[in-house]
Design a protein around this ligand. Structure first.
Ligand code: UDP
Ligand code: MG
Length: 151
């Protein structure tokens, strides 16, 4: 089932110059980039994106962190893209993230865990609409699709 999902490379990933290495993890897996931009986030957008965590004690710090410096927003497409990206990112808490995952290879702190990925197809659709205007998402034919995608 083809899905689209939202990835954020959070400010720590941009500041640590890990953008290329992080994007490489998704690209080498075969996921297709259908949207990509560097964003200096408005507080309202960060709060909307993390609205589900509004009542959690870390909410204020999380929003402060997300707006502190530019981040990279990416829309990715592929079979089971939501679950695959969650696995590529690894567990939320880096000490629980498997080696080979982004967090398991590059992160130590839960608040500085480098990446976001949508956690369901439904949430992915909402998050993509929040971060990308329709015209910023591109459906395109990749010459290698027949060697990567089912059918
Ligand atoms: N977070 C935090 N402290 C916590 C739990 C989460 O700072 O105790 C941050 C962390 O950066 C995480 C984000 O809040 O990535 C969103 O939390 P969620 O549980 O949705 O984790 P994710 O979906 O990013 O793995
Ligand atoms: Mg989450």
């Amino acid at each position: 089932m083809t899905e689209r999902t939202l990835i954020l490379i959070k400010p720590d990933g941009v500041q640590r110059q890990l953008v290329g290495r992080i994007i490489d993890r998704y690209e080498q897996r075969g996921l297709k980039i259908v949207g990509l931009k560097l964003v200096r986030v408005e507080r309202a957008l960060a709060e909307a994106h993390y609205a589900v965590h509004r009542e959690r004690p870390f909410f204020g710090e999380l929003v402060d962190f997300i707006v502190s410096s530019p981040l990279v927003a990416i829309a990715l497409e592929g079979p089971n893209a939501v679950a695959i990206c969650r696995a590529i990112n690894g567990a939320t808490r880096p000490h629980e993230a498997a080696p080979g995952s982004i967090r398991g290879d590059f992160a130590l702190d839960t608040g500085k865990n480098l990446v976001h990925a949508s956690d369901s197809v439904e949430n992915a659709q909402g998050e993509l609409a929040l971060w990308f205007a329709p015209g910023e998402l591109q459906a395109w034919d990749r010459s290698t699709d027949g060697w990567i995608l089912p059918g």
